[in-house]
Design a protein around this ligand. Structure first.
Ligand code: PLP
Length: 374
């Protein structure tokens, strides 16, 4: 039996068209884009072309983009960079229980350095409680960090409503972790000050991330020394990775409707089949994105289920790939308030590439495991 990959939230296979752009650019533009000679200028032009294309696709300006090594670095740069740069204005930050560890970990680091962190309550539908957010905001709040789509449950946050509330707090910057949103749901960056994404989540390559930083937002760089295409991230820019990222985003947006429709159809049939088993609890709210479906099987820990499925050739995830093992999912706890259920939770993630037969095979294996552990 072929193995079945149902972990597209952790990573996606690179599209052949993205790989072609990468290899072509790597051959043609091998020089350092920071070099002043003609080889360097060719490489710099490739980076600039990529920035221009990404900016056009996101409806922003190319000088508002910073390439990083991935979304974790982009999140760290935004969260710590904004906190450090505004330390004299205030040391209060608001975030949520749904954040990826690259945001929550950066916040814990800041907390240890004296910043005060408050987390907004999550409603049963997975959206943050806007009235609670309003009540937490203070004049010394310098940052509100929210994920557009969380990686465990797939809940979608009302970004524009959050931005609207923050308009009354001019010292407060809005950071959006758009890693699971980019290319998957429509992304409106108006009112957002910084936003992170990574092409390996939308059929691009790993080792590359993008941070959007709106004009006028002050941020301390994390890496010091060396001039580069941006003062916010020194080091040699990666022209092939930049070009590949632009291609991946272009494809994701060009094929947006067909990818979404296909994934949503798979999601609907999977959700309906899972709902028939009384031992299965579906944790992702109905309004979650179709590529993420978080469930729990009563009596089986999430990690045990992941292992049992893996032994039969099926790849799923428990929490996100980068979180602390053997602890209950913070995101599932936040919406179900049930620790046992959170410990049993795990994530199936789908793609437009997922075949119907793969879903059928997965369901049959899952039912077998549930019957054996009954
Ligand atoms: N943010 C979210 C919501 C994610 O899902 C992930 C990866 O799973 C990241 C950030 C980190 O991305 P990267 O692996 O590119 O550092």
């Amino acid at each position: 039996m072929d193995r079945i990959y149902l972990d597209y939230t952790a990573d996606t296979p690179a599209d052949e068209r993205v790989l072609s752009v990468y290899t072509e650019t790597a051959r043609a533009c091998f020089a350092n884009p920071n070099s002043a000679h003609s080889f360097g200028i060719s490489a710099k032009n490739a980076v600039d072309d990529a920035l221009m294309k990404i900016a056009e696709l996101l409806h922003i300006s190319p000088d508002e983009l910073i390439f990083t090594s991935g979304a974790s670095e982009a999140n760290n740069l935004a969260v710590k960079g904004i906190a450090f740069a505004n330390r004299r204005r205030g040391r209060h930050i608001i975030s949520t229980f749904l954040e990826h560890s690259s945001v929550s970990g950066a916040l814990t680091f800041l907390q240890e350095q004296g910043w005060e962190i408050d987390l907004v309550n999550i409603q049963p539908d997975g959206r943050i409680d806007l009235a609670h957010l309003q009540s937490l905001l203070r004049q010394d709040t310098v940052l509100c960090a929210v994920c557009a789509v969380d990686s465990e449950l797939g809940t979608v946050q009302p970004v524009q409503e959050i931005a609207e509330i923050l308009k009354n707090y001019p010292n407060c910057r809005l950071h959006l972790d758009a890693t699971q949103a980019a290319g998957k749901i429509p992304l409106d960056l108006s009112g957002v000050h910084t936003a992170s994404l990574a092409p390996h989540k939308f059929y691009g390559l790993k080792g590359c991330g993008v941070l959007y930083k709106a004009k006028g937002v002050v941020m301390e760089p994390l890496i010091h020394g060396g001039a580069s295409t941006t003062i916010y991230r020194s080091g040699t820019p990666d022209a092939p990775a930049a070009a590949a990222c632009a291609k991946a985003l272009e494809l994701a947006l060009d094929e947006f409707d067909s990818r979404l429709e296909r994934t949503a159809a798979l999601h609907r049939s999977l959700r309906a089949a899972l709902a028939e088993n009384p031992r299965i609890r579906i944790n992702s709210p109905e309004s979650a994105v179709p590529h993420i479906l978080n469930i729990s099987v009563s009596g089986i820990k999430g990690e045990e289920m992941r292992r049992l499925l893996d032994a039969r050739g099926i790849a799923v995830s428990v929490k996100s790939a980068c979180s602390v093992p053997n602890t209950p999912s913070r995101a599932v706890m936040a919406i179900t308030h049930d620790r046992k259920n959170a410990l049993s939770s795990w994530r199936i993630s789908l793609s437009h590439l997922t075949a119907e037969e793969e879903i059928a095979q997965f369901l049959s294996v899952l039912n077998e495991i549930i019957a054996e552990t009954g």
